[in-house]
Design a protein. Sequence first.
Length: 212
Amino acid sequence: MTQLLVIDAHPDPDSLCAALADRYAQGASDRTQVARLTPRDLDFDPVLHQGLRGAQPLEPDLVRAQQEISDARHLAVVAPIWWGSVPALLKGFFDRVFEVRWAYHYSPRGLPVGHLKGRTARLILTTDSPGWYLNLLSGRPTERQVGRGTLGFSGVSPVRVTRYGPVRSSDLAGRQGWLDEVARLGTKDAAGLPSTPPEPVRRTEPATVGAH
């Protein structure tokens, strides 16, 4: 069973995010079993063509992605902040993989019930904006969207966040420092994995879908 899953969500394999994902995985592999998932290498349609009004069969790569997420105790999602959000690649990956009935369902009272309980996560973000701007003026929208609106909504807790930036004004020494730090975070997170394996993610029935 995979203990820790690293999701490198940047479209460019030569990006800083890809390098951060590599170093985080290297640090974690000193302590536990690590798997890698790169949405850019998967063969799938990122568009929900019927929204939540109808089922859209998963491609084989997405079926495997669901299994890898189900097997993991800890998820590390590495992505850039673009326009206050994440790349369309990652958004499409979440839209398709984190299906209603697989990642969550609604209780009879209309409250969401996450299926990924027992798992933890770290969101590793790169940005060109200074930290004070993200904290005070933009309200950290990416952290809210992914950390709370996707992972947290699906039952993952806690979701810790690490940001690196501003990338555009960084130098080689600064980026090397980030890489060294993220490797240490990988080791730390691997050492702090939940002691009890989470329950496998199970799809709920009957097949109820959303209305929009």
